[in-house]
Design a protein around this ligand. Structure first.
Ligand code: GAP
Length: 444
Protein backbone atom coordinates (compact mmCIF):
# COMPACT_ATOMS: atom_id res chain seq x y z
CA UNK A 1 0.00 0.00 0.00
CA UNK A 2 2.92 2.34 0.72
CA UNK A 3 4.19 1.90 -2.84
CA UNK A 4 0.74 2.63 -4.26
CA UNK A 5 0.25 5.68 -2.03
CA UNK A 6 3.62 7.04 -3.05
CA UNK A 7 3.05 6.41 -6.77
CA UNK A 8 -0.40 7.99 -6.48
CA UNK A 9 1.15 11.17 -5.12
CA UNK A 10 4.17 11.20 -7.45
CA UNK A 11 2.04 10.81 -10.58
CA UNK A 12 -0.83 13.10 -9.57
CA UNK A 13 -3.53 10.55 -8.76
CA UNK A 14 -4.27 11.35 -5.11
CA UNK A 15 -2.90 13.95 -2.70
CA UNK A 16 -3.46 14.30 1.02
CA UNK A 17 -6.08 16.98 1.67
CA UNK A 18 -4.69 20.33 2.92
CA UNK A 19 -1.18 18.91 2.92
CA UNK A 20 0.53 22.27 3.47
CA UNK A 21 -1.27 22.50 6.84
CA UNK A 22 -0.17 19.03 7.88
CA UNK A 23 -3.04 17.22 6.17
CA UNK A 24 -6.69 16.60 7.03
CA UNK A 25 -7.40 13.13 8.33
CA UNK A 26 -10.00 11.17 6.39
CA UNK A 27 -10.00 13.45 3.32
CA UNK A 28 -8.07 13.19 0.05
CA UNK A 29 -7.77 15.26 -3.13
CA UNK A 30 -7.85 13.71 -6.59
CA UNK A 31 -5.16 15.16 -8.85
CA UNK A 32 -5.15 15.42 -12.66
CA UNK A 33 -4.69 11.66 -13.18
CA UNK A 34 -6.92 10.67 -10.26
CA UNK A 35 -9.92 12.68 -11.41
CA UNK A 36 -9.64 11.12 -14.88
CA UNK A 37 -9.48 7.62 -13.40
CA UNK A 38 -12.35 8.30 -10.99
CA UNK A 39 -14.49 9.80 -13.77
CA UNK A 40 -13.88 6.82 -16.04
CA UNK A 41 -14.83 4.35 -13.31
CA UNK A 42 -17.96 6.39 -12.61
CA UNK A 43 -18.83 6.56 -16.32
CA UNK A 44 -18.34 2.81 -16.73
CA UNK A 45 -20.65 2.13 -13.77
CA UNK A 46 -23.20 4.67 -14.99
CA UNK A 47 -23.31 3.15 -18.47
CA UNK A 48 -23.63 -0.35 -17.03
CA UNK A 49 -26.43 0.61 -14.65
CA UNK A 50 -28.46 3.03 -16.79
CA UNK A 51 -27.68 2.92 -20.52
CA UNK A 52 -27.67 -0.88 -20.62
CA UNK A 53 -30.94 -1.22 -18.69
CA UNK A 54 -34.29 0.02 -19.98
CA UNK A 55 -35.72 -0.16 -16.47
CA UNK A 56 -33.16 1.98 -14.59
CA UNK A 57 -33.05 5.79 -14.55
CA UNK A 58 -30.66 8.23 -12.92
CA UNK A 59 -30.91 10.82 -10.17
CA UNK A 60 -28.71 13.43 -8.53
CA UNK A 61 -30.24 14.30 -5.16
CA UNK A 62 -29.00 16.94 -2.72
CA UNK A 63 -26.48 16.09 -0.02
CA UNK A 64 -28.44 18.10 2.55
CA UNK A 65 -31.79 16.48 3.27
CA UNK A 66 -34.60 17.17 5.71
CA UNK A 67 -33.38 15.94 9.13
CA UNK A 68 -36.48 13.76 9.54
CA UNK A 69 -35.06 11.66 6.68
CA UNK A 70 -32.37 10.35 9.01
CA UNK A 71 -34.82 9.60 11.80
CA UNK A 72 -36.95 7.65 9.35
CA UNK A 73 -33.98 5.82 7.87
CA UNK A 74 -32.87 4.70 11.34
CA UNK A 75 -29.50 6.45 11.08
CA UNK A 76 -30.06 8.79 14.04
CA UNK A 77 -30.73 5.80 16.27
CA UNK A 78 -28.67 3.00 14.76
CA UNK A 79 -25.82 4.34 12.64
CA UNK A 80 -23.26 4.00 15.39
CA UNK A 81 -19.89 2.38 15.99
CA UNK A 82 -18.82 1.09 19.41
CA UNK A 83 -15.98 3.31 20.62
CA UNK A 84 -13.32 2.94 23.33
CA UNK A 85 -10.49 5.30 24.31
CA UNK A 86 -7.21 4.60 26.05
CA UNK A 87 -6.99 6.74 29.20
CA UNK A 88 -3.19 6.63 29.03
CA UNK A 89 -2.07 7.09 25.40
CA UNK A 90 -5.41 8.65 24.26
CA UNK A 91 -5.61 6.28 21.26
CA UNK A 92 -9.16 5.68 20.03
CA UNK A 93 -10.43 2.33 18.75
CA UNK A 94 -13.53 0.72 17.37
CA UNK A 95 -14.38 -1.82 20.04
CA UNK A 96 -15.23 -4.42 17.38
CA UNK A 97 -11.78 -4.06 15.81
CA UNK A 98 -9.52 -4.79 18.78
CA UNK A 99 -8.75 -8.27 20.16
CA UNK A 100 -11.53 -9.60 22.40
CA UNK A 101 -9.11 -10.26 25.25
CA UNK A 102 -8.10 -6.57 25.29
CA UNK A 103 -11.72 -5.50 25.37
CA UNK A 104 -12.55 -7.94 28.17
CA UNK A 105 -9.53 -6.83 30.23
CA UNK A 106 -10.06 -3.14 29.25
CA UNK A 107 -6.41 -3.08 28.17
CA UNK A 108 -5.14 -0.83 25.37
CA UNK A 109 -3.71 -2.97 22.51
CA UNK A 110 -1.04 -0.32 21.89
CA UNK A 111 0.32 0.75 25.29
CA UNK A 112 -1.40 -1.58 27.78
CA UNK A 113 -3.15 1.39 29.48
CA UNK A 114 -6.71 1.27 30.78
CA UNK A 115 -9.57 1.51 28.25
CA UNK A 116 -12.81 3.42 28.85
CA UNK A 117 -16.20 1.68 28.78
CA UNK A 118 -17.56 1.11 25.29
CA UNK A 119 -19.89 3.87 24.14
CA UNK A 120 -21.95 4.37 21.01
CA UNK A 121 -20.68 6.94 18.54
CA UNK A 122 -22.95 8.19 15.74
CA UNK A 123 -21.12 8.36 12.41
CA UNK A 124 -23.20 11.15 10.90
CA UNK A 125 -21.68 14.61 10.58
CA UNK A 126 -24.03 17.09 12.16
CA UNK A 127 -24.06 20.79 11.40
CA UNK A 128 -26.50 23.70 11.41
CA UNK A 129 -28.38 25.34 8.60
CA UNK A 130 -29.16 29.05 8.77
CA UNK A 131 -27.79 31.58 11.26
CA UNK A 132 -29.11 30.01 14.50
CA UNK A 133 -27.09 27.20 16.00
CA UNK A 134 -29.91 25.55 17.92
CA UNK A 135 -31.56 22.14 17.83
CA UNK A 136 -34.14 23.36 15.30
CA UNK A 137 -31.41 24.08 12.76
CA UNK A 138 -29.59 20.72 12.93
CA UNK A 139 -28.84 19.19 9.56
CA UNK A 140 -26.73 16.18 8.57
CA UNK A 141 -24.30 15.49 5.77
CA UNK A 142 -25.76 12.37 4.15
CA UNK A 143 -24.02 9.15 5.21
CA UNK A 144 -25.35 7.26 2.14
CA UNK A 145 -26.81 8.41 -1.15
CA UNK A 146 -29.65 5.84 -0.97
CA UNK A 147 -32.09 8.00 1.00
CA UNK A 148 -32.14 10.67 -1.74
CA UNK A 149 -33.52 7.95 -4.00
CA UNK A 150 -36.22 6.75 -1.58
CA UNK A 151 -37.63 10.22 -0.99
CA UNK A 152 -37.85 10.75 -4.77
CA UNK A 153 -39.25 7.36 -5.69
CA UNK A 154 -42.83 8.64 -6.14
CA UNK A 155 -41.65 11.68 -8.12
CA UNK A 156 -39.81 9.39 -10.52
CA UNK A 157 -42.73 7.00 -10.93
CA UNK A 158 -44.95 9.95 -11.78
CA UNK A 159 -42.57 11.95 -13.96
CA UNK A 160 -41.06 9.03 -15.87
CA UNK A 161 -43.97 6.58 -15.81
CA UNK A 162 -41.82 3.83 -14.30
CA UNK A 163 -43.41 0.46 -13.60
CA UNK A 164 -42.21 -2.03 -11.05
CA UNK A 165 -39.71 -3.65 -11.28
CA UNK A 166 -37.49 -0.62 -11.92
CA UNK A 167 -34.34 0.97 -10.56
CA UNK A 168 -32.88 4.39 -9.77
CA UNK A 169 -29.12 4.93 -9.94
CA UNK A 170 -27.08 7.68 -8.34
CA UNK A 171 -23.43 8.63 -7.88
CA UNK A 172 -22.50 11.14 -5.23
CA UNK A 173 -20.66 12.16 -2.10
CA UNK A 174 -21.36 10.67 1.29
CA UNK A 175 -19.84 11.53 4.66
CA UNK A 176 -19.11 9.44 7.75
CA UNK A 177 -17.25 10.46 10.86
CA UNK A 178 -15.10 7.32 10.75
CA UNK A 179 -13.07 6.56 13.86
CA UNK A 180 -10.34 4.69 12.01
CA UNK A 181 -9.30 6.03 8.61
CA UNK A 182 -6.14 4.15 7.71
CA UNK A 183 -5.22 2.39 4.44
CA UNK A 184 -5.05 5.43 2.16
CA UNK A 185 -8.42 6.10 0.46
CA UNK A 186 -10.02 2.84 1.62
CA UNK A 187 -12.03 4.26 4.51
CA UNK A 188 -12.41 8.03 4.56
CA UNK A 189 -14.74 10.57 6.12
CA UNK A 190 -15.66 12.07 2.75
CA UNK A 191 -16.12 9.58 -0.09
CA UNK A 192 -18.28 8.81 -3.10
CA UNK A 193 -20.81 6.06 -3.61
CA UNK A 194 -22.36 4.53 -6.72
CA UNK A 195 -25.72 3.19 -5.60
CA UNK A 196 -28.68 1.66 -7.38
CA UNK A 197 -32.00 0.93 -5.70
CA UNK A 198 -34.21 -1.60 -7.49
CA UNK A 199 -37.91 -1.54 -6.54
CA UNK A 200 -39.66 -4.91 -6.73
CA UNK A 201 -42.93 -6.57 -5.78
CA UNK A 202 -42.84 -8.25 -2.34
CA UNK A 203 -42.32 -11.97 -2.80
CA UNK A 204 -40.07 -11.46 -5.86
CA UNK A 205 -37.32 -9.86 -3.78
CA UNK A 206 -35.24 -12.99 -3.22
CA UNK A 207 -35.16 -13.78 -6.90
CA UNK A 208 -34.12 -10.21 -7.76
CA UNK A 209 -31.56 -10.27 -4.96
CA UNK A 210 -29.93 -13.31 -6.61
CA UNK A 211 -30.16 -11.67 -10.04
CA UNK A 212 -28.41 -8.50 -8.87
CA UNK A 213 -25.65 -10.47 -7.21
CA UNK A 214 -25.02 -12.18 -10.56
CA UNK A 215 -25.08 -8.89 -12.46
CA UNK A 216 -22.69 -7.14 -10.11
CA UNK A 217 -20.20 -10.02 -10.30
CA UNK A 218 -20.41 -9.92 -14.11
CA UNK A 219 -19.72 -6.17 -13.99
CA UNK A 220 -16.31 -6.70 -12.36
CA UNK A 221 -15.53 -9.46 -14.86
CA UNK A 222 -16.21 -6.98 -17.64
CA UNK A 223 -14.07 -4.37 -15.92
CA UNK A 224 -11.16 -6.78 -16.41
CA UNK A 225 -9.95 -6.93 -12.80
CA UNK A 226 -8.30 -10.03 -11.31
CA UNK A 227 -11.28 -12.25 -10.56
CA UNK A 228 -9.30 -14.43 -8.15
CA UNK A 229 -8.99 -11.27 -6.02
CA UNK A 230 -12.77 -11.07 -5.61
CA UNK A 231 -15.05 -13.16 -3.41
CA UNK A 232 -18.48 -13.06 -1.80
CA UNK A 233 -19.10 -12.65 1.90
CA UNK A 234 -22.62 -13.15 3.25
CA UNK A 235 -23.43 -11.10 6.35
CA UNK A 236 -24.14 -13.16 9.44
CA UNK A 237 -27.01 -12.15 11.78
CA UNK A 238 -24.65 -10.00 13.92
CA UNK A 239 -23.33 -8.13 10.87
CA UNK A 240 -26.57 -7.16 9.14
CA UNK A 241 -27.29 -3.41 8.96
CA UNK A 242 -30.48 -2.25 10.67
CA UNK A 243 -32.34 -2.10 7.33
CA UNK A 244 -31.17 -5.38 5.82
CA UNK A 245 -33.07 -8.64 5.45
CA UNK A 246 -30.06 -10.23 3.72
CA UNK A 247 -26.72 -8.85 2.53
CA UNK A 248 -23.67 -9.99 0.60
CA UNK A 249 -20.44 -8.07 0.18
CA UNK A 250 -18.16 -8.35 -2.80
CA UNK A 251 -14.73 -8.36 -1.18
CA UNK A 252 -11.43 -7.57 -2.89
CA UNK A 253 -8.01 -8.81 -1.84
CA UNK A 254 -6.39 -5.42 -1.06
CA UNK A 255 -2.73 -5.31 0.10
CA UNK A 256 -4.01 -5.29 3.71
CA UNK A 257 -6.24 -8.35 3.11
CA UNK A 258 -9.81 -9.13 2.02
CA UNK A 259 -12.04 -6.08 2.48
CA UNK A 260 -15.51 -4.98 1.38
CA UNK A 261 -15.69 -3.33 -2.04
CA UNK A 262 -19.44 -3.30 -2.62
CA UNK A 263 -22.57 -4.44 -0.83
CA UNK A 264 -25.67 -6.01 -2.37
CA UNK A 265 -28.55 -5.71 0.08
CA UNK A 266 -32.12 -6.89 0.33
CA UNK A 267 -33.54 -3.91 2.25
CA UNK A 268 -37.09 -5.37 2.28
CA UNK A 269 -39.83 -2.73 2.63
CA UNK A 270 -38.01 -1.17 5.59
CA UNK A 271 -37.12 2.18 4.01
CA UNK A 272 -40.38 3.02 2.28
CA UNK A 273 -42.44 1.83 5.27
CA UNK A 274 -40.42 4.10 7.57
CA UNK A 275 -40.67 7.07 5.20
CA UNK A 276 -44.42 6.50 5.01
CA UNK A 277 -44.62 6.61 8.82
CA UNK A 278 -42.41 9.65 9.26
CA UNK A 279 -43.66 11.75 6.33
CA UNK A 280 -47.32 10.81 6.55
CA UNK A 281 -47.30 10.39 2.75
CA UNK A 282 -48.68 7.28 1.09
CA UNK A 283 -45.71 5.65 -0.61
CA UNK A 284 -47.56 2.57 -1.81
CA UNK A 285 -47.18 1.55 -5.42
CA UNK A 286 -50.39 1.13 -7.37
CA UNK A 287 -50.04 -1.75 -9.79
CA UNK A 288 -52.30 -0.80 -12.71
CA UNK A 289 -51.55 -4.05 -14.46
CA UNK A 290 -52.83 -6.09 -11.52
CA UNK A 291 -56.28 -4.59 -10.75
CA UNK A 292 -54.81 -1.56 -9.01
CA UNK A 293 -53.18 -3.71 -6.33
CA UNK A 294 -51.36 -1.56 -3.75
CA UNK A 295 -48.17 -2.44 -1.93
CA UNK A 296 -44.96 -1.03 -0.49
CA UNK A 297 -42.19 -2.26 -2.80
CA UNK A 298 -39.19 -4.18 -1.53
CA UNK A 299 -35.79 -2.73 -2.43
CA UNK A 300 -32.71 -4.51 -3.69
CA UNK A 301 -29.71 -2.24 -3.35
CA UNK A 302 -26.30 -2.42 -4.99
CA UNK A 303 -23.94 -0.08 -3.19
CA UNK A 304 -20.36 0.38 -4.33
CA UNK A 305 -17.80 2.89 -3.14
CA UNK A 306 -16.53 4.92 -6.08
CA UNK A 307 -13.42 6.10 -4.25
CA UNK A 308 -12.92 2.57 -2.90
CA UNK A 309 -13.18 1.33 -6.51
CA UNK A 310 -10.42 3.79 -7.44
CA UNK A 311 -8.21 2.17 -4.80
CA UNK A 312 -9.17 -1.30 -6.00
CA UNK A 313 -8.37 -0.44 -9.62
CA UNK A 314 -5.02 1.08 -8.59
CA UNK A 315 -4.08 -1.99 -6.50
CA UNK A 316 -5.30 -4.33 -9.22
CA UNK A 317 -3.31 -2.55 -11.93
CA UNK A 318 -0.06 -2.15 -9.97
CA UNK A 319 2.79 -4.34 -11.17
CA UNK A 320 6.58 -4.44 -11.03
CA UNK A 321 8.19 -6.29 -13.89
CA UNK A 322 11.77 -7.32 -14.54
CA UNK A 323 12.60 -6.21 -18.06
CA UNK A 324 16.42 -6.45 -18.19
CA UNK A 325 19.33 -8.03 -16.36
CA UNK A 326 21.97 -5.31 -16.12
CA UNK A 327 22.09 -5.19 -12.34
CA UNK A 328 20.80 -1.62 -12.03
CA UNK A 329 17.49 0.23 -11.40
CA UNK A 330 16.59 0.07 -15.08
CA UNK A 331 16.11 -3.70 -14.81
CA UNK A 332 12.65 -3.14 -13.36
CA UNK A 333 9.69 -1.16 -14.52
CA UNK A 334 6.63 -0.15 -12.53
CA UNK A 335 3.52 -0.45 -14.62
CA UNK A 336 -0.16 0.24 -14.00
CA UNK A 337 -2.03 -2.27 -16.11
CA UNK A 338 -5.33 -0.39 -16.27
CA UNK A 339 -7.98 -1.52 -18.69
CA UNK A 340 -7.46 0.95 -21.61
CA UNK A 341 -10.98 2.29 -21.19
CA UNK A 342 -10.16 3.29 -17.57
CA UNK A 343 -6.63 4.65 -18.10
CA UNK A 344 -6.38 8.42 -17.44
CA UNK A 345 -4.30 8.85 -20.60
CA UNK A 346 -5.09 6.52 -23.49
CA UNK A 347 -2.38 7.55 -25.97
CA UNK A 348 0.94 9.31 -25.45
CA UNK A 349 2.54 10.87 -28.51
CA UNK A 350 6.34 10.97 -28.42
CA UNK A 351 8.63 12.43 -31.10
CA UNK A 352 11.91 10.52 -31.19
CA UNK A 353 13.75 13.85 -31.51
CA UNK A 354 12.65 17.46 -31.08
CA UNK A 355 14.48 18.55 -34.21
CA UNK A 356 14.04 18.07 -37.95
CA UNK A 357 10.31 18.69 -37.86
CA UNK A 358 9.56 15.55 -35.77
CA UNK A 359 8.08 17.55 -32.86
CA UNK A 360 5.77 19.46 -35.23
CA UNK A 361 4.66 16.24 -36.91
CA UNK A 362 4.02 14.63 -33.50
CA UNK A 363 1.93 17.63 -32.38
CA UNK A 364 -0.05 17.38 -35.56
CA UNK A 365 -0.77 13.67 -34.97
CA UNK A 366 -1.70 14.40 -31.36
CA UNK A 367 -4.19 17.03 -32.51
CA UNK A 368 -5.83 14.37 -34.68
CA UNK A 369 -5.98 11.79 -31.87
CA UNK A 370 -7.32 14.31 -29.34
CA UNK A 371 -10.75 14.17 -30.93
CA UNK A 372 -11.13 10.52 -29.93
CA UNK A 373 -8.78 9.85 -27.02
CA UNK A 374 -7.27 11.33 -23.86
CA UNK A 375 -3.75 12.10 -25.00
CA UNK A 376 -0.43 13.21 -23.58
CA UNK A 377 2.63 14.63 -25.32
CA UNK A 378 6.19 14.16 -24.10
CA UNK A 379 9.34 15.20 -25.92
CA UNK A 380 11.80 15.32 -23.01
CA UNK A 381 14.56 12.73 -22.46
CA UNK A 382 15.52 9.35 -23.84
CA UNK A 383 12.68 7.42 -25.45
CA UNK A 384 13.15 4.47 -23.05
CA UNK A 385 12.68 6.75 -20.06
CA UNK A 386 9.59 8.31 -21.62
CA UNK A 387 8.07 4.85 -22.13
CA UNK A 388 8.72 4.06 -18.47
CA UNK A 389 7.02 7.27 -17.37
CA UNK A 390 3.95 6.34 -19.40
CA UNK A 391 4.01 2.75 -18.07
CA UNK A 392 3.99 4.09 -14.52
CA UNK A 393 0.99 6.28 -15.32
CA UNK A 394 -0.81 3.32 -16.90
CA UNK A 395 -0.93 4.71 -20.48
CA UNK A 396 -1.80 1.70 -22.64
CA UNK A 397 -0.53 3.04 -26.00
CA UNK A 398 2.47 5.14 -27.02
CA UNK A 399 2.84 6.51 -30.53
CA UNK A 400 6.41 7.34 -31.54
CA UNK A 401 7.20 9.62 -34.45
CA UNK A 402 10.58 9.08 -36.14
CA UNK A 403 12.32 9.85 -39.41
CA UNK A 404 10.48 7.06 -41.19
CA UNK A 405 7.22 8.75 -40.17
CA UNK A 406 8.30 11.78 -42.21
CA UNK A 407 9.22 9.64 -45.18
CA UNK A 408 6.35 7.18 -45.43
CA UNK A 409 3.60 8.32 -43.02
CA UNK A 410 3.93 5.37 -40.62
CA UNK A 411 4.39 5.59 -36.84
CA UNK A 412 5.39 3.17 -34.10
CA UNK A 413 2.57 1.97 -31.88
CA UNK A 414 3.90 0.58 -28.60
CA UNK A 415 1.79 -1.53 -26.25
CA UNK A 416 2.21 -0.97 -22.51
CA UNK A 417 1.63 -4.54 -21.34
CA UNK A 418 3.76 -6.49 -23.79
CA UNK A 419 6.09 -3.60 -24.74
CA UNK A 420 5.63 -4.88 -28.31
CA UNK A 421 6.03 -2.30 -31.07
CA UNK A 422 4.41 -2.35 -34.49
CA UNK A 423 4.37 0.04 -37.46
CA UNK A 424 1.00 1.53 -38.32
CA UNK A 425 -0.07 3.93 -41.06
CA UNK A 426 -1.01 7.28 -39.62
CA UNK A 427 -4.34 7.11 -41.44
CA UNK A 428 -5.21 3.84 -39.66
CA UNK A 429 -3.93 4.78 -36.22
CA UNK A 430 -7.16 5.91 -34.52
CA UNK A 431 -9.14 2.92 -35.81
CA UNK A 432 -6.41 0.54 -34.69
CA UNK A 433 -6.34 2.00 -31.16
CA UNK A 434 -10.14 1.86 -30.96
CA UNK A 435 -10.05 -1.81 -31.92
CA UNK A 436 -7.30 -2.57 -29.38
CA UNK A 437 -9.40 -0.97 -26.61
CA UNK A 438 -12.50 -2.92 -27.57
CA UNK A 439 -10.69 -6.26 -27.80
CA UNK A 440 -8.40 -5.72 -24.80
CA UNK A 441 -7.88 -8.79 -22.61
CA UNK A 442 -5.49 -8.55 -19.72
CA UNK A 443 -2.88 -11.29 -19.91
CA UNK A 444 -0.61 -10.41 -16.98
N1 GAP B 1 -26.55 2.39 1.21
C1 GAP B 1 -25.92 1.28 1.79
C2 GAP B 1 -24.58 1.58 2.28
O1 GAP B 1 -24.18 2.73 2.36
P1 GAP B 1 -22.40 0.49 3.18
O2 GAP B 1 -21.97 -0.97 3.19
O3 GAP B 1 -22.35 1.23 4.46
O4 GAP B 1 -23.86 0.47 2.59
C3 GAP B 1 -21.54 0.85 0.77
O5 GAP B 1 -21.53 1.26 2.10
C4 GAP B 1 -20.19 1.02 0.14
O6 GAP B 1 -19.72 2.35 0.31
C5 GAP B 1 -19.09 0.14 0.76
O7 GAP B 1 -19.08 -1.15 0.19
C6 GAP B 1 -17.84 0.92 0.43
O8 GAP B 1 -17.40 0.61 -0.88
C7 GAP B 1 -18.32 2.36 0.46
N2 GAP B 1 -17.97 2.99 1.76
C8 GAP B 1 -18.65 2.92 2.91
N3 GAP B 1 -18.03 3.64 3.87
C9 GAP B 1 -16.94 4.16 3.31
C10 GAP B 1 -15.89 5.01 3.78
N4 GAP B 1 -15.86 5.48 5.02
N5 GAP B 1 -14.90 5.37 2.93
C11 GAP B 1 -14.92 4.92 1.65
N6 GAP B 1 -15.88 4.14 1.14
C12 GAP B 1 -16.89 3.76 1.96
Amino acid sequence: MEKITSLAKRRGFVFQSSEIYGGQNGAWDYGPMGIELKNRIAQTWWKEMTQLHDDIVGLDAAILMHPRTWEASGHVENFTDPLVDCKKCKARFRADQIPEENLAAKKCPECGGELTDTRKFNLMFKTHIGPAEDSASIIYLRPETAQGIYVNYKNIIQSNRMKIPFGIAQIGKAFRNEIVTKNFIFRTCEFEQMEMQFFVKPGTDEEWFGEWRKRRWAYYEKLGVKMDHLRWHQHGPGELAHYAKDAYDIEYLFPMGWRELEGVHNRSDYDLTRHTQFSGKDLQYIDQESSAERYIPFIIETSAGLTRNVLMVLCDAYDEEKVADKGNDDDWRTVLRFHPSLAPVTVAVLPLMKKDGLAELAQDIRRELKEDFATDYDQGGAIGRRYRRQDEAGTPFCVTIDYESKDNGTVTLRFRDSMEQIRVNRAELAARIRREIKEYKRKL
